[in-house]
Design a protein around this ligand. Structure first.
Ligand code: PMP
Length: 414
């Protein structure tokens, strides 16, 4: 049976608030998602009923918190089709996951003159760590270009860059500015044929679609819990066990060791080797609850729902004068997720977002942490972005369209 997307809105208490006296519409889930009661309650229940450190205590509530934390990793492993929880390293977010790879795998495997390949549609999280590594090691950072429409990656550019035999290809699954879904299975296949290791930034894909790391074939996959109904401060680095096994930890301390002597130590098993110190226990547990919630609805259903909303929004926007939309259009809805960056001629994106706010509609404006891309899209070096999730509906989009009409009226656009 198809899920009742309108009913599930009741699970998200924040959707009932008023902003500037108007019913709140949240269209900024690409920045962070809202949380259902089940997740909020799981955090509260942890502190009320079984708050204890994990992997240490021999008393009942510590065993319970350890079990819940481990179970959550198993759920995340199942969600992305990893081999098991040993391939699920909990980190704070996507940014930390990518930095872990650049600092550990990169430290060992990148040398002077080596090539690192990323793309022109990366978020700063998948750009700056590689810049730091390249500077440190004297390596070369190359970029796959966008196609002429600036909507997709240019596959010829990918192929010619692969001829330089990069050691690693690090690419986003979905652009947080364009909404473009990259064919990461194909990119991984080409990269592997050329001897590269592949990292996929899944920050904007894991929350919105079925992800299968085995089918993609990538070596690493990074994503953030807070964009998929879980709290902030918890995210995942998936890595193939054979690669994680060969990597050195980047933090030393409690929990990540097996034995410690005065001058040396040996490392714990995966994934604990990479999780030094006390973890974000309640975040991890709540992440598992968020995964249960998403799976209860079905990732394919969420994907379909967002496609319907996006298609509806693109159609509405196409009929408004002076509105330009970035990224794939309705004719390419198969490679677009539920986010739309747009501009209104002659109006600064920050003014657009402020007027939306006065109408009770939250959207984001700015460079979206993708400066090198956004400067090529708009002279203001900023765009406005509305992004959807499972709790949005057509009425939310109608409110966004009304807000655009208000912007046009204030700025006297014809
Ligand atoms: N990559 C992409 C594509 C993103 O959209 C984001 C978040 N905007 C990130 C990485 C970084 O995520 P986080 O801030 O949770 O580390």
């Amino acid at each position: 049976m198809a899920p009742d997307f309108d009913r599930l809105r009741d699970d998200f208490p924040i959707l009932k608030i008023a902003v500037h006296g108007k019913p709140f519409v949240y269209l900024d889930s690409a920045a962070t998602s809202q949380k259902p009661n089940k997740v909020i309650d799981a955090i509260s229940e942890f502190y009320r009923a079984y708050n204890a450190n994990i992997n240490r205590g021999v008393y009942e509530i510590s065993e319970k918190s350890t079990e819940a934390y481990i179970e959550s990793k198993s759920k995340v492993a199942r969600l992305i089709n990893a081999k098991g929880m040993e391939e699920v390293v909990y980190v704070r977010n996507t940014t930390e996951a990518i930095n872990l790879v650049s600092l550990s795998w990169g430290e060992k495997n990148i040398g002077r003159g080596d090539h690192i390949l990323i793309t022109e549609m990366e978020h700063h999280s998948n750009m700056v760590p590689w810049q730091i590594l390249a500077k440190k090691k004297g390596a070369v950072l190359d970029y796959v270009a966008l196609d002429a429409d600036k909507t997709k990656l240019d596959i010829e550019s990918l192929k010619s860059n692969l001829e330089k035999k990069p050691k690693i290809v690090s690419v986003t699954h979905v652009s947080n500015v364009l909404g473009t879904v990259n064919d990461v299975a194909y990119i991984t296949k080409l990269a592997h044929e050329n001897g590269a290791v592949v990292l996929v930034d899944g920050a904007q894909s894991a929350p919105h679609m079925k992800v299968d790391v085995k089918a993609i074939g990538c070596d690493f996959f990074a994503f953030s819990g807070h964009k998929m109904l879980a709290p902030t401060g918890i995210g995942t680095l998936y890595g193939k066990a054979e690669l994680l096994d060969q990597m050195q930890p980047i933090f030393g301390g409690g929990d990540m060791i097996k034995t410690v002597e005065k001058q040396s130590a040996t490392w714990n098993d995966l994934p604990w080797k990479f999780e030094a110190g006390t973890s974000n226990i309640e975040g991890g547990i709540a992440f598992g609850v968020a995964v249960d919630y998403l799976e209860g609805i079905g990732m394919e259903n969420i994907d379909d729902h967002e496609k319907e909303l996006t298609s509806y929004a693109l159609e509405k926007l196409s009929s408004i004068n002076d509105v330009a939309v970035f990224g794939p259009g309705r004719d390419e809805i198969g490679i677009k997720t539920g986010l739309i960056s747009f501009a209104i001629k002659g109006v600064h994106p920050h003014d657009i977002a402020s007027i939306f706010d006065s109408e009770g509609v939250a959207i984001r404006a700015g460079h979206h942490c993708a400066m090198p891309l956004v400067v090529t899209l708009a002279p203001e070096k900023a765009v406005s972005r509305m992004s959807f999730y499972l709790y949005n509906n057509m009425a939310d989009i109608d409110r966004a369209v009304q807000a655009i009409e208000r912007v046009r009226k204030i700025f006297k656009r014809k």
